[in-house]
Design a protein around this ligand. Structure first.
Ligand code: ATP
Ligand code: MG
Length: 491
């Protein structure tokens, strides 16, 4: 494994050269060196130097300085590659004591690259490369660990995780991204330091967790997290599924089913929302499991509803943005949608589209595929899902929001003389209800006629049409679906 100076992009070597010409030392350092050795594309570029933040700022035209740890961002205004727009230049750092398991109490700058490499987290990240001399500094056998695929702490692993518990998550995340093993002593130190994760902010836990889920091997990483005793600090609900045996359609317990489903989403390179929903879709099962003695099997009635609530709560706690919380919990809520294309009605398909939103219906189908593969005994055949997909496409052409009525709010006011207010909403929804049942009714003539009749109703008469009427229909629909579920022993 060797690096050539030509592997360093000109935007970066420009920075190290400028520093060197001014009489300082400069190295490309950390994750970007690791990634180059692995033939991966670095996400960001770091340079370390014995120049001070003031020196660095003086040497470059366009810089910014915000960080209390001495990092100066050198801006490459012309860089086309996003990762090269900013090269972070940090003075060699020596870290003082850590009292909060996250940040050093004080940071001092050093004149020795050795000091800077010593404070880095893992051997694979403690590499520095001098491009002008073509020299790699590898004080901790990082190259060896890269070639054998090992994440190993620099120095005394126990101390390093006690200093900064975020390193625990970085270890698991890096192992997921790179497909590396966590070295044994490093792993033991992680287990030992796990309780320190309480002190790490939810946002930071979330960011590393996101990168685990977005990696190619979320399943292996989650197993590692469980075995190391840190999963309980990320998504404790997943642990409740361990050893929870399922019905005969499943080969695996709830935990393994969840992670296998998530892995399938990763194998397919499906979006983050699908991966996360796949991981969480059955977290409501342990709490809802009951024995059905007539069937001689387990049931999990309501696990979708319970699971959606649990999902919402956990994702909120991890400070996920509202859109992610909403989409993922909605996918979990509806993952049991009835999909037998020989039995399902078009209006049931429409209902599902309304429930998850038309822009997320593909994610729901993907989730279903993950769920199916995750059982280890897939019984639903892909062609059936394709058939269902065709029904979705069909349903998507029909109106499912009031905005799709041929008569809009303005037209409704003109026809009926109604003023803006709740009555308009009730009318529109009552009309939508009729159109959902019979798309042929979606004409200006029909809707005007009906709305004129509705306009004669009092508030008390109209409200139930707009609200309860719609609910009623949903109930009937759900009851029908439930009956079909029962008839076919679909959980
Ligand atoms: P990626 O950029 O793909 O997220 P990375 O390893 O480069 O991975 P960065 O956050 O960019 O991660 O950090 C750059 C380098 O800084 C790391 O490679 C490591 O040497 C060092 N580093 C980052 N975080 C820590 C930490 N918590 N403790 C010690 N060293 C760290
Ligand atoms: Mg990096």
């Amino acid at each position: 494994m060797e690096l050539k100076p030509s592997q360093i992009p000109s935007e970066v070597s420009r920075v190290t050269k400028t520093l060197e010409e001014a009489g300082y030392e400069a190295y490309v350092v950390g994750g970007c060196v690791r990634d180059l050795l692995l033939g991966r594309k670095p996400k960001d570029w770091d340079v370390t130097t014995n120049a001070t933040p003031d020196d660095i700022q003086r040497l470059f035209e366009h810089t910014y300085y915000t960080n209390e740890f001495g990092t100066v961002g050198v801006v490459n205004d012309d860089a086309e590659n996003e990762a090269l727009k900013i090269v972070e230049v940090t003075p060699y750092r020596l870290e003082g004591s850590y009292s909060d398991a996250r940040r050093p109490d004080n940071v001092t700058f050093s004149q020795n690259i050795e000091d800077d490499l010593k404070r880095r987290d893992f051997t694979i990240n403690a590499l520095a490369y001098n491009a002008s001399q073509g020299r790699l500094i590898d004080l901790y056998d990082g190259v060896k660990d890269i070639s054998s695929g090992v994440v190993r702490a620099v120095g005394d692993a126990r101390l390093r995780f006690d200093e900064d518990a975020l390193r625990i998550l970085r270890a698991v995340r890096l192992s997921a991204q790179l497909g590396f093993e966590i070295e044994e002593r490093t792993g033991k130190a992680i287990t030992n330091a796990a309780p320190q994760l309480e002190k790490i902010s939810e946002e930071r836990i979330r960011d590393e967790f996101v990168r685990i889920i977005e990696s190619d091997s979320p399943m292996q990483a989650l197993i590692t997290a469980k075995n190391l005793g840190i999963l309980g600090y990320i998504i404790p609900e997943l642990l409740d599924g361990v050893g929870v045996e399922q019905n005969q359609a499943h080969s695996y317990d709830v935990w393994e089913h969840n992670i296998r489903s998530a892995q399938h989403a990763a194998d397919k390179k499906w979006p983050f929302t699908v991966r996360l929903a796949a991981l969480l879709h059955d977290i409501g099962k342990p709490a809802t499991r009951r024995r059905d003695n007539t069937k001689g099997d387990w049931t999990f009635h309501g696990h979708d509803v319970v699971g959606a609530k649990m999902t919402k709560k956990r994702l909120k706690e991890l400070k996920f943005p509202k859109e992610i919380v909403d989409i993922v919990s909605t996918l979990v809520r509806w993952h049991m949608f009835f999909s037998d294309p020989d039995q399902v009605t078009l209006s049931a398909v429409r209902r599902i589209i309304v429930n998850v939103g038309r822009e997320h219906i593909d994610e729901l189908i993907q989730l279903r595929i993950c769920d199916r593969i995750g059982t280890g005994r897939p019984k639903e055949q892909p062609f059936r899902l394709r058939k269902y997909q065709a029904m979705i496409d069909e349903a998507l052409r029909d109106p499912i929001t009031v905005g799709m009525l041929k008569l809009d709010g303005k037209g409704l006011m003109e026809t009926t003389g109604e003023k803006p207010g709740p009555r308009l909403g009730w009318m529109l929804h009552a009309l939508l209800e009729e159109v959902l049942d019979d798309p042929e009714k979606n004409t200006v003539e029909y809707l005007s006629g009906r709305s004129q009749e509705m306009a004669k109703l009092t508030d008390e008469e109209l409200r139930p049409l707009g609200e309860a009427g719609k609910e009623k229909q949903a109930e009937v629909e759900e009851a029908e679906i439930k009956d079909i579920h029962k008839k076919h022993f679909v959980d």
